[in-house]
Design a protein around this ligand. Sequence first.
Ligand SMILES: C[S@@+](CC[C@H](N)C(=O)[O-])C[C@H]1O[C@@H](n2cnc3c(N)ncnc32)[C@H](O)[C@@H]1O
Length: 211
Amino acid sequence: MSTVDWQQRWVDGNTPWDFGAAHPFLVHKSSSFSLTGRALVPGCGSGYDVLALARGGRERTVIGLDLSEVARKRAIALRDDSGVSAERAQFVVADFFEYDGGGGRFELVYDYTFFCALPPAWRERWAAKMAQLVSPGGRLFTLVFPVYGRGDGSEGGPPFSVSPEAYATVLEPVGFVQEEGGAIPSEYARDYSSMNPSFQERYAIWVLRKE
Ligand SMILES: C[S@@+](CC[C@H](N)C(=O)[O-])C[C@H]1O[C@@H](n2cnc3c(N)ncnc32)[C@H](O)[C@@H]1O
């Protein structure tokens, strides 16, 4: 199974996933989360979604995590131009699977184009790590993309296709329960026609059961 050399992609500036803005549906939803605590965006890239979440809540601190120092520098530059404070939007270079939460768990984790970036054989590890990072009663917001074919990563991409069921298969056994989800209303959908017009997206919001 081929994996992506993310570090090299950032060094080369080969980042076709970068839309230059937060996902419109996250912007729409971000203010509806009545969160005052910490939020995490793993695989945040340039960090647009981190800034959208930081703007959405009055007392919220959002941490953007990425493997790449190049991505972190870019995200910090964009943040500093945006007017969002360094206290509200922080950027950390770390491997998601090694990350200890920086001293606590998160009320909200947002995953967009991170689950699909990982080899499908790592999906159970991804879910187990999410269950460690989300606070009991906290939420995991998955923007499910790219929905294609069976969604098991064996066809389509980039780099690996997904399906709503692919998330449920690994999240439910570790204690997540779906709170809401489905199609993204057309006014908040992203236009993927420049990539592949057959790509589709969905969303699902999961709550981690309090034992
Ligand atoms: C497809 S890109 C998506 C970036 C961003 N979510 C966006 O939509 O623009 C995937 C990102 O995940 C990062 N990444 C991949 N594996 C990672 C890991 N194990 N830990 C942290 N970041 C990782 C890559 O460096 C890359 O920036």
